[in-house]
Design a protein around this ligand. Structure first.
Ligand code: SF4
Length: 352
């Protein structure tokens, strides 16, 4: 099945389950109730940049965090709360559980998954690894606990380049999974010897280079920000390529007043908050030029709602459980990533 038809099916499935929109008064009531429950239960809310802005704001107001998947993992591990409420997709909840097996991890829904995770089933992936035992196995965080348990390293888009570079400097060859576009980008940037699994993100894969070039011609003053899960031809048009946190940084530091952004539009909440005078436009996923109809929003991230979050907190439903036998194996490559990035931060701070 192509990613486009897969997306249409997913969207139809999700549309059937979307609750009716809330009135402002209902939304306020949910926010207050969730804040009170978080306090009562010694819980903290960790939200991804792609979630509904209402959830991102709530995480900030209640002392939680809004971040990319690397920082979500780090924050959850360092925060003293006994319950973590993760607004994002399932692999993020699983990562939190693997790193904090003693904590309770709740999610608004357990149905929120990811096309990269779905496209990399552990049996097939293990067979692929078995065929290439000489290669170091590097997997993206967007994978199941079982796939992580089969890996030597876990990476996110904010540290993948540096980790692959350091493995290459060690003389290692790499088996990479599951995102082929990110893998190819890293291969081009580093020159590393990488064998790629052929997964893709159904959101980023839909950005269109021809239409993006048209849009760029219409707004020559705009800088183009692209997430490296996008196709190569889209990445080639970018003024900055990077993870969500790196794109937010680029929006802050580049002098442009306007940006065309090729990633999930949920990121606009943080970009607008940090760059109030600047303008952000979605990169095109369909149509032509500036009048495209974009669908740059992850259907699984959209399943995180206030109602589901309150329900989960009140009833303890949607708790993330990970097979206890997998945790010791899956935690090793995750900890390697956290240690590597921590050391790199210290080096950067030392060089500052
Ligand atoms: S945006 Fe793409 S990579 Fe991120 S959770 Fe959704 S499907 Fe997965």
């Amino acid at each position: 099945m192509s990613h486009v038809s897969e997306r249409i099916l997913v969207q139809a499935h999700l549309d059937a389950k979307q609750p009716k929109p809330l009135t402002p008064a209902e939304e306020d009531a949910y926010r207050q109730d969730i804040a009170a429950e978080l306090k009562k239960q010694n819980a903290v809310l960790v939200a991804h940049y792609y979630c509904d802005p209402v959830l991102q704001a709530l995480a900030e107001e209640t002392g939680g965090c809004v971040a990319d998947s690397l920082e979500m993992a780090r924050f959850g591990s360092q925060h003293p709360a006994q319950t973590l409420v993760v607004a994002g997709v399932k692999f993020m909840g699983e990562t939190a559980k693997i790193l904090n097996p003693e904590k309770r991890i709740l999610m608004p829904t357990l149905e929120a998954t990811c096309s990269l995770d779905l496209g990399c089933p552990v049996d097939e992936f293990s067979a692929f690894c078995d065929q290439h035992p000489e290669r170091t196995v590097v997997v993206y965080a967007n994978t199941s606990a079982a796939v992580k348990a089969r890996a030597d390293w876990v990476v996110t888009s904010s540290c993948a380049l540096e980790i692959v570079e350091s493995l290459m400097d060690n003389g290692e060859t790499i088996l990479w999974a599951p995102d082929q576009h990110l893998g190819r980008y890293i291969q081009r940037e580093t020159g590393a010897d990488m064998l790629l699994w052929e997964g893709a993100c159904i959101v980023h894969e839909e950005f269109k280079s021809k239409q993006l070039a048209d849009m760029k011609a219409l707004y020559p003053q705009a800088a183009v920000l692209v997430h490296p899960e996008s196709p190569e031809a889209v990445i080639e048009l970018a003024d900055a390529v990077g993870s969500t946190s790196q794109l937010i940084k680029a929006a802050q530091t580049l002098p442009n007043e306007m940006f065309i952004v090729a990633t999930d539009r949920g990121i606009f909440y943080k970009m607008q908050q940090l760059c109030p005078g600047k303008q952000f436009i979605e990169a095109p996923t369909a149509g032509s030029g500036a009048t495209c109809r974009s669908c740059a929003h992850c259907p699984w991230m959209a399943m995180n709602t206030l109602e589901r979050m309150l329900q989960s907190l009140r009833t303890g439903s949607n708790e993330i459980l990970v097979d206890a036998a997998l945790i010791p194996k899956a935690v090793k490559p995750l900890k390697r990533m956290l240690d590597f990035t921590q050391a790199a931060r210290l080096t950067l701070a030392g060089n500052a």
